[in-house]
Every structure is written in structure tokens, then in C-alpha cells.
Design a protein. Structure first.
Length: 281
């Protein structure tokens, strides 16, 4: 039984919003032509650029971002719900110059009906020599989001949030049947952890995990993993791309699988309060 056809758009997003919109729009049109009613794009759909000075010249408020305006119009034209995995926009906090990494849910009338600022920012020194300090440029959010859709609760997360299972559990307990995990994973972490983390979050929540990804080599030399994926509530991989090129991944979802998984393993009802362990001296 198919209740919902989704499409995950995989991109190699350029380094400015005008080019970003031009890159993603044909893929969204292809997704809609293939019958998808809910279409998801990756983290950084409007632009991916590491140079802070250049990014400052490109940043706009959400309401004035060229890509956001174009995506709203496209959702209305195609009559689809569009989960924009994230856009990099001004945070709206005058006391903090950092940007927001913001997911947007746009309905089939082109209205933004939910938004979420990425909670967990990625700061790391990798064995490969790569060094990431997302916190230097991105202001983290402070609230989780589950949005009502015609197909049930859709939770919004972004990339590094995937590594925090307590967030996903809270989203499931708040009514999420579908959890979006748009991402721009690095190649080393993607190769090692992407699939196993997505499957684990699906098993722990009994929810569908929808993970559209950036992939390939970007204008500033950054490489991302790709391999967009849909995982079912039992932890099974329903659909996946096996490459890092721009593409569209379709999946047909039987939404009753959520209730079946949660009935078989009712873990969301079995939480118990406990005292934390004493730290080891």
C-alpha cells in the first residue's frame, strides 16, 4: 500500500543563491513530474560557501533571499509540499552577526508553515586534516520542531543533529511519523557513519527517516558524501542513491508501517526517570 510518494533531491549546491536556485529548481520539477507530493532538498539548498567574507556579501534575510522566494513560488506552481532542508540566511538577531542554518517547510500554496534553526553545530578537527568550525558562522537554534502535514507529523532536523538520539526521541514522542535529515556530510564521516546512523534513528523512533544530501565537489573545493536515503520505521532501507551526483530519489511510503513498528516495539512508552551515573574519578 502506498500512502505517500516522496522525492529526495540530491544537489551539488553552488556558492550563491541565484545559482543555487537555478541548480535545484529543475530537480524539484523532475520530482513533481514523477508524482512526488512531498519533496525534500538538502542542507544549504541556497548556497554552500566556506569563505566567511564572501558569504557575508551573499547573505539575506529569509524573506528576501532569492532562493527562498523562488522555492515558495515553485511549490505553489507545482502544488507540492517542499521541505527545504536548509537555507543559510541572516539569523534575525541584531546582537549576533552569525547566520542561521534554517529548515523551511513550504506548503502547496507556497506558504512557509514551519521553520527550524539547526540546534547542533559541527566543530571538529578530523584525522584527515579537515577542520570545521560551524559555530563561528552559524547561530544555533534553541527549539525543536514537528510540523503538521496531510500525512502526519514531519520533524525538522539538519545534518549534525543526526548524532543526538535524544532529539529524535523527543520528536517521535511529540508526534513525528516522518523525520527529515537534510545533510551535507563530509566524505570521511559519510562513508563511515551516514547509513548506520540513519537506520539507528529510524529504529529508535519507529519513524520514516528522509535524508536528502549534498554530494560531490563544490565551488569552494568542499566535498560532500551524497547517498541520499529513505529508511523505514523498522530500520530497513527503502530507497537510496549509490553516488554523490545531483539526482532525484523517489520512495513510496506505507504510513501504517509507523504504527506497526511502534506496536511491535513500544519503546516510546517505556521511558523511565533515572539518576545519572557518578562520574569516574
Amino acid at each position: 500500500m502506498t500512502d505517500l510518494r516522496v522525492a529526495l533531491v540530491q544537489t551539488t549546491t553552488p556558492d550563491d543563491p541565484v545559482a543555487g536556485l537555478a541548480h535545484v529548481a529543475p530537480l524539484i520539477r523532475r520530482a513533481a513530474a514523477g508524482g512526488a507530493r512531498l519533496i525534500l532538498t538538502p542542507e544549504g539548498t541556497n548556497l554552500l560557501v566556506q569563505d566567511r567574507a564572501r558569504r557575508e556579501t551573499l547573505l539575506a534575510d529569509e524573506a528576501g533571499d532569492v532562493a527562498v522566494l523562488g522555492l515558495q513560488a515553485l511549490a505553489a506552481e507545482l502544488r507540492v509540499h517542499l521541505l527545504v532542508g536548509s537555507v543559510i540566511v541572516r539569523s534575525g538577531h541584531a546582537d549576533d552577526p552569525r547566520a542561521a542554518n534554517r529548515a523551511l517547510l513550504i506548503d502547496d500554496a507556497g506558504r512557509t508553515v514551519a521553520r527550524y534553526d539547526k540546534l547542533h553545530v559541527f566543530d571538529v578537527d578530523l584525522p584527515t586534516g579537515e577542520r570545521w568550525r560551524e559555530s563561528a558562522a552559524i547561530r544555533p537554534g534553541d527549539r525543536a520542531t514537528v510540523a503538521a502535514t496531510p500525512w502526519g507529523g514531519l520533524a525538522l532536523t539538519v545534518c549534525y543533529d543526526l548524532r543526538f538520539p535524544h532529539l529524535f526521541r523527543a520528536l517521535a514522542r511529540a508526534g513525528a511519523d516522518l523525520i527529515a535529515v537534510p545533510a551535507a556530510f563530509t566524505v570521511p564521516t559519510g562513508e563511515a557513519h551516514w547509513q548506520v546512523l540513519l537506520r539507528a534513528r529510524a529504529i529508535e523512533t519507529g519513524a520514516f527517516i528522509l535524508a536528502p544530501a549534498q554530494g560531490g565537489t563544490h565551488a569552494d573545493g568542499r566535498r560532500t558524501w551524497g547517498r541520499s536515503m529513505v529508511v523505514g520505521p523498522w530500520g530497513e532501507v527503502i530507497a537510496a542513491l549509490d553516488h554523490d551526483r545531483p539526482d532525484v530519489l523517489f520512495a513510496d511510503l506505507d504510513l501504517s508501517a509507523v504504527a506497526r513498528a511502534r506496536t511491535a516495539v513500544p519503546q516510546l512508552t517505556h521511558d523511565r526517570d533515572f539518576l545519572p551515573p557518578e562520574p569516574i574519578a
